[in-house]
Design a protein around this ligand. Structure first.
Ligand code: G3H
Ligand code: 13P
Ligand code: ZN
Length: 311
């Protein structure tokens, strides 16, 4: 099966009241863990690559690893650029075989965001590639850029119809209170998302796929594993799973997960070294790390996203 765009996946997900998992990939073990779980659960997949991932692992290595995953799994897989910030970066990924790109113009003015997004859409659509835009700004850290709570802003539903119409985007990321990284809510407070904004966007854009960034649950088991083995992340808090299930049953068709992969990998490796301090063969500690990613992703596919059996 060749790489696919997310068009068909989103159509089915919207109609079926579930979401597709968009998992960030940076190396072979992460790709293997995710795709092995998806194969066993027969789930469609979006593998997303940030500009940092591309700098770390190299575009060609990542594409070839994903090609290998397609051969091994025969699943519908979409390769997506996560948080593209310039036309040139999006073009380079489109020219290099990605089937989907995000142009994140959320830090620009509304008019400049539209202009940049429209430029990417024109080039992408000419090449059979789909585009995700973003309106509203998430708090947190991406590619070493930290957006503070004061600079974050919820999506204004009054702008979404005009944005989608004038840009021609295929999906839209909105800000409803999630954030990137492992510290999403203040310790001691009850996590809350603005489902009223999501409902309003859904009403204004019926049938249109919405994307939720910053959607890791910051799984406590892995935070505890890190803290029990020399780490220091006591205040790490993520998005509760019931909120993700609710979003997936609504217009949210793509749920972005990166931090949970990092935590699963790091927690498992810390534990491994605590129990095996003299080991130094990378295969010995990467094997359980890959297995932890696989089981964590399986849990997401079945219990959170509801996309198992939908490939
Ligand atoms: O939203 C950001 C993703 O978690 C990617 O993070 O830019 O550090 O690769 P990164
Ligand atoms: P998390 O940091 O919650 O995993 O979010 C990832 C993300 O939104 C990637 O674009
Ligand atoms: Zn994101």
């Amino acid at each position: 099966m060749p790489l696919v765009t997310s068009t068909e996946m989103f159509k089915k997900a919207y109609e079926g009241g579930y979401a597709i998992g968009a998992f960030n990939v940076n190396n072979m073990e992460i790709i293997q863990g995710i795709t092995e779980a998806a194969k066993e659960e027969n789930a469609p997949l979006i593998l997303q690559v940030s500009s940092g991932a591309r700098k770390y692992a190299n575009h060609t290595y990542l594409m070839k690893l994903i090609e290998a995953a397609i051969i091994e799994t025969d699943l519908p897989i979409c390769v997506h650029l996560d948080h593209g910030d310039t036309f040139e970066l999006c073009k380079s990924c489109i020219d290099g075989g990605f089937t989907s790109v995000m142009i994140d113009g959320s830090h620009h003015s509304f008019e400049d965001n539209i202009k940049l997004t429209r430029q990417v859409v024109e080039y992408a659509h000419d090449h059979g590639v789909v585009v995700e835009g973003e309106l509203g700004r998430l708090e947190g850290v991406e590619d070493d850029v930290k957006v503070s709570a004061e600079d974050a802003s919820y999506t204004n539903p009054a702008q979404v119809q005009e944005f989608v119409q004038r840009t021609g985007v295929d999906s839209l990321a909105i800000a409803i209170g999630t954030s990137h990284g492992a510290y999403k809510f203040k310790p001691g407070t009850k996590p809350q998302l603005r489902f009223d904004i999501l409902e309003e966007v859904e009403r204004l854009l019926p049938g249109f796929p919405i994307v939720l960034h910053g959607a890791s649950s910051v799984i406590p088991e892995f935070v505890e594993m890190i803290n029990a083995h020399g780490g220091n992340m006591p205040d790490a808090i993520g998005v509760p799973e019931d909120m993700l299930r609710r979003a997936a049953s609504m217009a949210v068709c793509k749920i972005n997960i990166d931090s949970d992969l990092r935590l699963a990998m790091t927690g498992t490796i810390r534990k491994y070294f605590a129990e095996n301090p003299s080991h130094f063969d990378p295969r010995q500690y990467l094997k359980p790390a890959r297995a932890a990613i696989k089981e964590m992703v399986r849990h997401k596919l079945i219990d959170v996203l509801g996309c198992n059996g939908k490939a």
